[in-house]
Ligand binder design. Structure first.
Ligand code: TRP
Length: 335
């Protein structure tokens, strides 16, 4: 008798648990089916093409697929590339807004600013923006307060300079190369100058206006310094080949802030995996598509501070990388 009762109680419990399982499973399927059927439109504005930004875009597309949004199935991406042109940026930003995209993604600070000038309601997700508050895009990193949120690619400049000192113990004077019109680069350069001085280094800063004067400015800077630091700078990133041609001739190592820039001829950099910035951005896009409010979504810092090393370049310049740094580093030599 007693055993029977226990058995019945168990059976009832089992049916309940199984039933609930089947119920939630079906519910899950329903939502993913809805997601599959409804097409989502994502408008992406990219300032220009350089390897870092192209990697961010690739990460975004792959990341969205991981979140269940697949191009050609339930996702349409309208990618607009302004080719570095300010008037293109403005018109493309407006077009992406009027074309009824569900959500917008800005790759670079100027691209995101253009989108934010075009809409104050449609959600805008930042893909690797260095200083979103200072750029005037959001109120605070914890609480954007408007239609913008996303991922920052800020890099730890102090650690980068410390590693440079370890790699080049005899370095006395460090050059800082950046673009005068790129606010994010200007701010990083100023910080680098201050931190380098604190570390007992002399500094010399040099700015370019655009890609046309990179060669001359780099030549001048390389002849006065022991090594060159390059912050996160779109113009320099798009012309690394020009920079490296000059610095190689003078045997001056370049220490940039992005993995792709190290691969493009820098020696070593401490920074963020650009592809990962794209993946992280996709996660934010998915959250907003599912109803989260940008106003209260803190900025994601995609800052894992990985050391990227171009071994071939170090060898070419005769630079011995200390073992502890080499052991930690990710090799990014171009094959
Ligand atoms: N952070 C840059 C901006 O705010 C864009 C950017 C992302 C970038 N990754 C980069 C620039 C790598 C140079 C190199 O505009």
């Amino acid at each position: 008798m007693k055993i029977n009762k226990i058995f019945v109680a168990f059976a009832v419990l089992l049916v309940c648990v199984l039933g609930y399982g089947v119920y939630t499973h079906n519910k899950g399927n329903e939502t993913s089916k809805q997601q599959e059927n409804k097409e989502v439109k994502v408008g992406v504005l990219q300032l220009l093409s350089h390897p870092a930004l192209d990697q961010i875009y690739k990460g975004l597309e792959d990341g969205l697929a991981k979140e269940g949004y697949v191009v050609g199935k339930n996702l349409k991406i309208d990618l607009q590339n302004a080719q570095g042109d300010q008037s293109n940026l403005a018109s493309m930003g407006q077009k992406l807004v009027s074309d009824n995209n569900d959500i917008l993604v800005g790759i670079t600070t100027p691209a995101t600013l253009s989108l934010s000038n075009s809409t104050k309601d449609k959600p805008i997700i930042m893909a690797g923006i260095t200083y979103p508050v200072e750029a005037g895009l959001i109120q605070t990193e914890d609480k954007p307060g408007n239609n913008i949120t996303g991922v920052s690619d800020r890099t730890p400049i102090k650690q980068q300079l410390e590693i440079m000192k370890k790699v080049l113990p005899n370095m006395k004077k460090v050059g800082i190369l950046y673009t005068a019109s790129e606010d994010n680069a200007v701010k990083q350069a100023q910080e680098a100058e201050k931190l380098a001085k604190e570390l007992g280094l002399e500094t010399k800063t040099a700015t370019v206006a655009n890609t046309n004067d990179i060669q001359q400015v780099t030549e001048n800077l390389a002849s006065q310094t022991d090594a060159i630091f390059v912050p996160i700078d779109n113009t320099i990133a798009s012309a690394m080949a020009t920079v490296v041609k000059v610095t190689d001739a003078k045997k001056i190592p370049v220490f940039p802030s992005a993995d792709t820039m190290v691969a493009d001829g820098g020696v070593l950099g401490l920074g963020v995996d650009q592809y990962k910035i794209g993946l992280e951005t996709a996660k934010v896009v998915a959250k907003v598509l599912k109803g989260e409010d940008t106003k209260t979504m803190p900025i994601v810092l995609a800052n894992e501070g990985v050391i990227y090393l171009n071994e071939a370049k170090a060898k070419q310049l005769g630079i011995e990388i200390p073992k502890d740094i080499k052991d930690k580093a990710k090799i990014v030599d171009k094959k």
